[in-house]
Design a protein around this ligand. Structure first.
Ligand code: G4P
Length: 524
């Protein structure tokens, strides 16, 4: 019997993992997929670091540098739930990709290294989640190693992130003696992730816990638990859903502790697909009609087939294979003949997908980041952001005969979100903008490999870029015409102001009070 729409939606959990490099995101992902039965052998995700070719490792540059450049999605089931885990690039040069991905999730797992606490990138990504009110579940990893005191870690989360904490599990032992987790909420223990079912015990003094600890640590554990029960907040669903409180789980992804606690928590308290704000109305996740938006484009997932996959997040209804959808930006229909689900190593044709699901739609450049698909309704999802690039370069092409080809190639790269493209009003050569330098390397490599266009980059005389707008269109026109040499158009023909430095920008902003200079532009 086909699944009822509301039931299908209620089963979905769509999340990302946020962390500082080395905290254990890859290891945790691998374990989650393993429990979800999506991969057979631990080590398949990890293989990327060993430079073995895997699906998530299609780009040479990625292999050479051992970093994950691109975002991918992994779908797996555990218990009654369907999980969509959206992976994000670890390197901060690809931060804009990560931010776009966070627009497509309903919750996030924050992985913290138990010895290092909150690190800079965790903080940054947390701030992005907070802006979007994304509820966060915390996993304190590496408890099998020398670590900080759990109370100290909780305190650091509260202080640095201004986020309330509610420890749900507590580590039994630490470092070498770490031997399992105690669930404060329901008084159960797990000796390791091999325990599918947790074991009920009689509180922290239980003999089962004492047996797991060296003698000299037993009293300390009981005391700690008394303090935790007195001093720590209990879990509160509403505060969590509003992003004010994070439930905290302790574990060791590498040694198989606490991962089951975490995945079960995501299922039990993690939010189901949310209702999504659009320009004209809020779209409920269990509405009958399909709506979705593109948050990522990925080219060359399979080097043998020069395909381009648009990752769409379904927001409502049922996305079915073979259906015709309306691409709202152009008003044209698009046939969804081969939507795909992704797993760690493989992809399969998706016959149907529901709100919260992420499917890949193969296309040849029809779809762009930020595009909305509907069953005919004139509706746009907003909020897939575009960040003002921090590095601006002119592209220098050896062979002038290929200028047209370069223009087309750059346009495509910009539509995929690899770089941003700005066309100066004064007719001078195009400027590309990136958030991190590695993006330029990716651009160069792809222009060479896919378009046979060897290019170099030249410094532009600009280093700052802002989208400009004004309530009074006449004022905007006046600004544009008096700064013709410093104005360019982005992919959507929206005007940007280019300045040599912040000082120059501030000077103009001071003089032109009615003009708004924006560092972030939402797509559409
Ligand atoms: P990342 O994706 O967040 O960058 O982290 P990753 O999972 O790659 O983990 C970083 C390092 O930390 C790896 O060691 C990994 O084995 C280790 N690690 C992850 N989780 C745990 C844990 O729970 N306990 C302990 N003790 N170590 C953990 P590496 O030596 O850098 O990599 P490798 O050579 O082992 O692959």
């Amino acid at each position: 019997m086909p699944e009822k729409l509301a039931d299908a939606v209620a089963r979905r959990r769509t999340f990302a993992i946020i962390s500082h490099p080395d905290a254990g995101k890859t290891t945790l992902t691998e374990k989650l997929l393993l429990f979800g039965g999506a991969i057979q052998l631990a080590g398949e995700v990890k293989a990327k670091k060993d430079r073995v070719q895997t699906r998530s490792d299609w780009m040479k540059i990625e292999r050479e540098r051992g970093i994950s450049v691109v975002t991918s999605v992994m779908t797996f089931e555990y218990g009654d739930h369907v999980f969509n885990l959206l992976d994000t690039p670890g390197h901060e040069d690809f931060a804009d990709d990560t931010y776009r991905t966070l627009t497509a999730v309903d919750s996030a797992v924050m992985v913290i290294d138990a010895a290092k606490g909150i690190e800079p990138r965790t903080l940054k990504l947390f701030e992005v989640c907070r802006l979007r009110d994304i509820p966060i579940v915390t996993f304190v990893n590496k408890m099998d190693r020398e670590s900080r005191d759990p109370f100290e870690i909780l305190d650091e989360i509260e202080q640095k992130l201004a986020l309330d904490t509610a420890p749900v599990t507590w580590p039994i032992g630490r470092g070498k003696s770490f031997s399992g987790t105690f669930n404060l909420a329901n008084s159960t223990i797990r000796r390791s992730d091999a325990d599918v079912e947790p074991e009920k015990v009689n509180g922290p003094e239980a003999s089962q816990i004492a047996e797991m600890l060296p003698e000299f640590e037993r009293d300390a554990f009981v005391e700690e638990m008394m303090l935790a029960q007195e001093a720590c907040r209990p879990f509160d669903m509403q505060s969590f859903r509003e992003g004010h409180l994070t439930p905290v789980y302790f574990g060791s992804a590498l040694r198989n502790f606490g991962v089951r606690d975490l995945i079960e928590a995501l299922g039990a308290v993690g939010p189901q697909p949310r209702d999504q704000e659009a320009d004209r109305r809020t779209v409920a996740a269990d509405e009958e009609k399909m709506t979705s938006f593109v948050f990522k484009i990925q080219a060359n997932m399979d080097p043998n087939h020069r395909d381009r996959i648009a990752f769409v997040r379904v927001c409502s209804g049922k996305l079915q294979r073979g259906m015709k959808a309306k691409l709202v930006r152009t008003g044209k229909p698009i046939s969804l003949s081969a939507p795909q689900f992704f797993f760690a190593k493989s992809r399969i044709t998706a016959d149907e997908a529901f709100a919260g699901d992420v499917v890949g739609i193969p296309n040849h450049g029809t779809l762009r980041i930020g595009d909305t698909l509907t069953e005919g309704e004139e509706l746009l999802f907003r909020g897939v952001p575009n960040f003002a690039p921090e590095i601006l370069r002119r592209v220098r092409l050896g062979d002038a005969m290929k200028a047209k080809k370069l223009k087309e190639a750059l346009q495509q790269m910009a539509e995929e979100g690899v770089v941003q493209l700005f066309t100066p009003e004064d007719g001078s050569p195009a400027i590309v903008g990136v958030v991190g330098a590695l993006q330029l390397d990716v651009l160069k490599e792809r222009l060479q490999n896919e378009y046979s266009l060897p290019v170099d980059f030249e410094m532009a005389r600009f280093s700052v870029c802002r989208w400009i707008s004004a309530e009074d269109k006449g004022e905007l026109e006046r600004f544009i015409s008096s700064h013709r040499a410093d104005i360019a158009r982005d992919l959507d023909e929206d005007p940007v102001f280019l300045a040599p430095h912040e000082f120059g920008l501030n000077y103009e902003a001071d003089r032109w009070k009615q003009i708004t200079f924006k560092a972030i532009k939402d797509y559409q």
